[in-house]
Ligand binder design. Structure first.
Ligand code: ADP
Ligand code: MG
Ligand code: MG
Length: 205
């Protein structure tokens, strides 16, 4: 399958709709182990993303990703804005100048996103953050490439998200709780799962 700008735009529209639907849930998750603004941060960010990308037509997927990232960095307060923003900006650099991409290329771009999140967040796998979804999901996409089974990818992303419940937070606000963070899902892992699930539904169309 070849992915074009239209797919990415539809993806962002679906992320926006899904995040808006789950705003209260994301807020509740962040109330348990953070400051309760993750739902607000994410809805604001993706609303702005939609406004921005509807202003332009894109024949460069890299530019589209970079615009998404710039909006998230500049419009979203909190840790998640700069981290999600970095993820999209870094992916955009890999995809620069490409009017269409393969799943393999998307996987390579996400690998740069992962590197960017790690660098910016000084985080690693197991810290109970969004990275606990981003890194394994990216590996999974890269390992399976164009033979990727999208439905299996969805279950895999959900498993990774669920796994954050067992972890003790080492980064971000939840880390202030130490062991008391165990037993709760990480809000950023849940929003990241929404991101990958909606991507999958676009790829299944
Ligand atoms: P804030 O914590 O500033 O209020 P949000 O509530 O919007 O920001 O986002 C919190 C999420 O950001 C966490 O659930 C976690 O997934 C992610 N996060 C926080 N700090 C880091 C970090 N250093 N590295 C990776 N992800 C992080
Ligand atoms: Mg928060
Ligand atoms: Mg906050």
């Amino acid at each position: 399958m070849l992915i074009q700008s239209d797919h990415i735009i539809k993806w962002m529209e679906l992320v926006n709709a899904q995040i808006d639907k789950q705003k209260e849930y994301l807020t509740q998750l962040d109330q348990a182990i953070g400051d309760g603004d993750h739902g607000i941060n994410m809805t604001r960010g993706f609303k702005e993303v939609i406004q921005k990308i509807h202003q332009t037509t894109y024949d460069d997927i890299g530019k589209l990703f970079q615009d998404v990232g710039m909006v998230l960095v500049s419009k979203v307060g909190g840790a998640s804005g700069p981290l999600y923003g970095t993820a999209f900006i870094k992916a955009g650099q890999v995809l620069k100048g490409k009017p269409e991409i393969t799943i393999n290329e998307l996987g390579q771009a996400f690998q740069e996103s992962v590197n960017g999140i790690k660098l910016r967040g000084k985080s690693q796998i197991g810290d109970k953050t969004m990275l606990d979804v981003w890194e394994p999901v990216t590996k999974y996409i890269q390992q399976n490439g164009n033979t990727l089974n999208i439905r299996e990818l969805i279950s895999y992303a959900r498993e990774q998200m669920e796994h954050t419940k067992e972890l003790e937070a080492k980064k971000g606000r939840a880390s202030f709780l130490g062991k008391r963070s165990i037993g709760h899902l990480d809000p950023g892992a849940v929003s990241s799962c929404i991101l990958f699930e909606t991507l999958c539904s676009i790829l299944l169309e």
